[in-house]
Design a protein around this ligand. Structure first.
Ligand SMILES: O=P(O)(O)OC[C@H]1O[C@H](OP(=O)(O)OP(=O)(O)O)[C@H](O)[C@@H]1O
Ligand code: HPA
Length: 183
């Protein structure tokens, strides 16, 4: 699918590229200040977080290591199954480290509450969460999120790493899909 068709599949743009980059810059400064003197490790959750990780780490005023986990929670479609499986675990031992989980979105919160508990069982110094997007349903799961880019309405969104059946991840904005896409 070419870019013209991808753009035509959007019903509306919720966040522009510029809004996202500005907010990530602010978060990067906050994170750098809060983790001064700590053993920061950025942990990305594949695949959606690749875009936010790439931009967030380059916006940091200094350097920090990163690692990745892959879990499965969503099948194909738009609803979380709630069942989380590790598809790829971290490469490094996180004992004593200050882990910052980097995510693209917290929707039901099921994925992250599972990942956070899993990482906490490995005896890190701390585990916090940074997400670009958060939806209102997450209040049902008690999960404190230290860094939130944007609170968005409860609509299925794509772009900036987020997919619908593996498409639209490379859109630079975040938007909702037009009804014809789901037909
Ligand atoms: O709060 P939740 O309702 O659990 O949803 C959030 C999760 O869903 C998405 O991942 P997805 O399983 O779609 O995989 P992907 O990152 O590979 O697209 C997203 O990247 C989060 O990891
Ligand atoms: O709104 C969403 N869009 C894409 N992937 C997602 N995973 C959880 N919520 C979403």
């Amino acid at each position: 699918m070419d870019r013209e068709h991808m753009a035509a599949d959007l019903a509306k743009v919720l966040l522009t590229e510029e809004q996202i980059q500005t907010r990530l810059g602010e978060l990067a400064v906050d994170i750098w200040r809060d983790y001064e003197g700590k053993d920061l490790l950025l942990v990305g959750v594949l695949k959606g977080a690749v875009v936010v990780m790439a931009d967030l780490m380059r916006a940091l005023p200094g350097t920090a290591p990163m690692d990745w986990m892959a879990v499965s929670s969503y099948g194909s479609g738009t609803k979380s199954s709630g069942v989380v499986r590790i598809l790829k675990d971290l490469d490094v031992d996180i004992t004593g480290k200050d882990v910052l989980i980097v995510e693209d979105i917290i929707d039901s919160g099921l994925t992250l509450s599972w990942i956070k508990a899993n990482l906490e069982s490995r005896k890190p110094a701390s585990v916090e969460i940074c997400t670009l997007l958060r939806k209102p349903d997450v209040v049902k799961v008690d999960i404190p999120v230290k860094y939130v880019g944007f609170d968005i309405p409860n609509e299925f969104v794509v772009g900036y790493g987020l997919d619908y059946d593996e498409r639209y991840r490379n859109l630079r904005c975040v938007g909702t899909l037009a009804p014809h896409v789901y037909e």
